[in-house]
Design a protein around this ligand. Structure first.
Ligand SMILES: NC(=O)c1ccc[n+]([C@@H]2O[C@H](COP(=O)([O-])OP(=O)(O)OC[C@H]3O[C@@H](n4cnc5c(N)ncnc54)[C@H](O)[C@@H]3O)[C@@H](O)[C@H]2O)c1
Ligand SMILES: N[C@@H](CCC=O)C(=O)O
Length: 517
C-alpha cells in the first residue's frame, strides 16, 4: 500500500492544464441539461417530478434535471439498503477499501471533467473547483487506508484461558445529507466513510448541485460497489428529509449543512419511533462564524492576504470562511488599508473564465440574504469596500468589507455565507481571544502573529475545532488537518481524521473461554 499523500492541486498557469480544463468543459457541455434518475438498488427510476440545477453564473443554463424522490421511493430505498446491509457488512474490509481506491483512480482520470462540472453547477472558480475534486479523491484514498487500519479492532488483554477481542462493526442503514458548497468532496467523503465501514446508505444531495453527486454514484458503481449500497434519492427536504430522519430503520444520519437544519435533524433523530430498536446516531457538521485575529507583531502583508483569501475564496461560501477580523488597535488601520487594497483588485465574473478570481453566489435566496446583511452592516459599521451586486445574468456579489463593528454586532455573530467580512478592534491579545470566542460557533480560526506566547495562549484558549497560525482559516487537507468544529458548528467530529470512521461503527467485545468444551 502506497502511503497516503494528498492529491496535488493543478497548476493552471501551465498551458497544458488549461487545455485539459477546456476538454473538461467540452465533456460537460455534452451532457448539460440532461435528465437524471434516482438510483434504488441499482435500478434507474426517472420520476415525472424534476428539479433543475442551474449555473449560478448564468441562470438560464440548466445543468441537470433531477428526478425527485417521494416517500414511497424512500421506503423502497430503505428496504433495498436494509437487505443489502446483510451482505455488505460481511464483505471483507479490504474489498470495501478497494472500491474506494478504484473510485479515486476513476475520478483522478476524469479530474478535469468533475472540476468543470463543479464550475458549472456550483459556480466555483477553477482553483476552488480543482480543490473540491482533489478533496474527493483524498477522502476516498484516506478512508480506504483508515479502514485497513481499524479492520481488526484494537488489542485488548486476555486472562489465561480466555480470548478477548474488541472490534468495530458497522451500524446499519445511514442517511447521508450533503451541502451544495462542496458538492463533490463532502458528499463523496461522507458517503465513502459510511460505506467503507460496511454500512449501506440513502444519499440525499443538495438540490442546488445534484448532478455531480449522480456522477459520483456512477463512479462508485464502476468501481465495483454492489447495487443497494448507495441508494441515490435526491428530493425535497419537505417531502423526504424529515421522513427519512424519522424512519424507524434509519440507524445513523451523517449531515453537513447549516446550523438550523442540523439542529432540527438532531432533535428529530432523538425521538424514538414506534418499532425503532436503536437510538440514532447523528454526525452533524454545521456552520461557522470564523475569526482571524491579528496582533501587533504580525506580518501585515501576510495577514491581509490571509484575510482576503479566507473571506473571499469561493465568495465566502465556506463554513470555514473568515467573516470576522479582530485586529489589535495599534495595527488596525494599516491592516484595514491593506485588505481594502487587495479586495478592490479582485475580479468577479463567470468562473468559466480562469481570470475571474470570484464567481457567483449559489442562488437568489443567498444573494437576497447577503444583501440584507450588507444593509445591516451599513447600520452597524462603516462600508469600506464592495457592498454591491450584479444580478443581470447570475448571482454576483462584490467582495465587501466593513469596519467599525462591535464584536457582538449581528454582522459579527450570524453566518452570512457570502463575501462579507467585518473588522473590529481589541485592546490586547487576551481581549482579542475573548472576542474571537464570543460566538455560538467554533469551527475555524486563525492567529497572525510572530509572538510565541500568543501562539501558545491561543492554542489553550481559542475554542475552535481548526486553529491555524500565520495562514488562512480555510483549506483543510484530508489526513493533514482533520476538519470539524465545536459548539454550534457540529458534533465535534473530524472529517478526514483518524477517528472519523469509527463514528460510523460500534465497538463489539467478544470473549471466548478456551479449553472448556
Ligand atoms: N462544518 C462543515 O464541515 C460544513 C461544510 C460545508 C457546509 N457547511 C455549512 O452548510 C451550510 C451551507 O450548505 P447548505 O446551504 O446546503 O445547507 P442546508 O442546511 O440548507 O442544507 C444542507 C442539506 O440538508 C438538506 N436538508 C434541508 N432540510 C432538511 C431536512 N429537514 N431533512 C433532511 N435534510 C434536509 C438540504 O437539502 C441539503 O442537502 C452553511 O451553513 C455551511 O457553514 C458546514
Ligand atoms: N473543509 C473546508 C471547508 C468546508 C466547509 O464549507 C475548509 O477547510 O475550508
Amino acid at each position: 500500500m502506497i502511503p497516503y499523500k494528498h492529491e496535488p492541486f493543478t497548476d493552471f498557469s501551465l498551458e497544458e492544464n488549461q487545455k485539459l480544463m477546456q476538454e473538461g468543459f467540452n465533456i460537460v457541455s455534452e451532457y448539460l441539461g440532461e435528465e437524471y434518475p434516482l438510483i434504488i438498488n441499482g435500478e434507474r427510476i426517472m420520476t415525472d417530478k424534476k428539479k433543475d440545477t442551474y449555473n449560478p453564473a448564468n441562470t438560464e443554463e440548466v445543468v441537470g434535471k433531477i428526478s425527485q424522490a417521494t416517500q414511497e421511493h424512500a421506503n423502497q430505498a430503505m428496504e433495498a439498503a436494509k437487505e443489502r446491509f446483510e451482505t455488505w457488512r460481511k464483505v471483507a474490509p479490504e474489498v470495501r477499501a478497494d472500491v474506494l481506491f478504484k473510485a479515486a483512480a476513476i475520478i483522478r482520470d476524469r479530474k478535469f471533467e468533475f472540476t468543470a462540472l463543479l464550475i458549472k453547477e456550483a459556480g466555483k472558480p477553477w482553483k476552488e473547483a480543482d480543490a473540491d475534486t482533489a478533496e474527493a479523491i483524498d477522502f476516498l484514498e484516506y478512508y480506504g487506508r483508515q479502514m485497513l487500519k481499524i479492520k481488526d479492532g484494537e488489542p485488548v488483554e486476555s486472562r489465561p484461558g480466555e480470548y478477548n477481542q474488541f472490534d468495530y462493526i458497522p451500524l446499519g442503514v445511514g442517511f447521508v445529507v450533503s451541502p451544495w458548497n462542496f458538492a463533490l468532496a463532502i458528499m463523496a467523503g461522507t458517503t465513502a466513510a459510511a460505506v467503507v465501514t460496511g454500512n449501506t446508505v440513502l444519499l440525499k444531495p443538495s438540490s442546488l448541485a445534484s448532478a455531480v453527486s449522480y456522477k459520483f454514484v456512477e463512479v462508485m458503481e464502476e468501481a465495483g460497489l454492489p447495487a443497494g449500497v448507495i441508494n441515490y434519492v435526491p428530493g425535497s427536504s419537505r417531502d423526504i428529509g424529515d421522513y427519512i430522519v424519522e424512519h424507524k430503520d434509519t440507524r445513523f444520519i451523517s449531515f453537513t449543512g447549516s446550523r438550523d437544519v442540523g439542529v432540527r435533524i438532531y432533535e428529530k433523530a432523538a425521538i424514538v419511533q414506534e418499532g425503532q430498536v436503536n437510538l440514532k446516531r447523528v454526525i452533524a457538521e454545521m456552520g461557522g462564524k470564523d475569526t482571524i485575529v491579528v496582533d501587533a507583531s504580525a506580518d501585515l502583508e501576510l495577514a491581509a492576504q490571509a484575510i482576503v483569501d479566507s473571506a473571499f475564496g469561493f465568495s465566502g461560501q465556506k463554513c470555514s470562511a473568515c467573516s470576522r477580523v479582530i485586529a489589535l488597535e495599534d495595527i488596525h488601520d494599516e491592516l484595514l488599508e491593506k485588505v481594502k487594497e487587495k479586495t478592490t483588485k479582485l475580479t468577479v465574473g463567470d468562473p468559466v473564465n480562469q481570470s475571474n478570481m470570484m464567481g457567483p453566489v449559489i442562488d437568489q435566496a443567498s444573494i437576497d440574504k447577503i444583501k440584507e446583511y450588507i444593509e445591516i452592516g451599513k447600520k452597524e459599521g462603516k462600508l469600506e469596500a464592495g457592498g454591491t451586486t450584479d444580478e443581470n445574468k447570475g448571482h454576483f456579489v462584490h467582495p465587501t468589507v466593513f469596519s467599525g463593528l462591535k464584536h457582538n454586532d449581528r454582522l459579527m455573530q450570524e453566518e452570512i455565507f457570502g463575501p462579507v467580512v467585518g473588522f473590529t478592534t481589541a485592546k490586547d491579545f487576551t481581549q482579542a481571544i475573548e472576542y474571537a470566542n464570543d460566538t455560538d460557533y467554533g469551527l475555524t480560526g486563525a492567529v497572525i502573529t510572530k509572538n510565541r506566547e500568543h501562539i501558545e495562549q491561543a492554542r489553550e484558549d481559542f475554542m475552535v475545532g481548526n486553529l491555524y497560525f500565520n495562514r488562512n482559516c480555510t483549506g483543510a487537507i484530508v489526513g493533514y488537518q482533520p476538519f470539524g468544529g465545536f459548539k454550534m458548528s457540529g458534533t465535534d467530529s473530524k472529517a478526514g481524521g483518524p477517528d472519523y470512521l469509527i463514528l460510523h461503527m460500534q465497538g463489539r467485545t467478544s470473549s471466548e473461554m478456551l479449553k472448556r468444551y
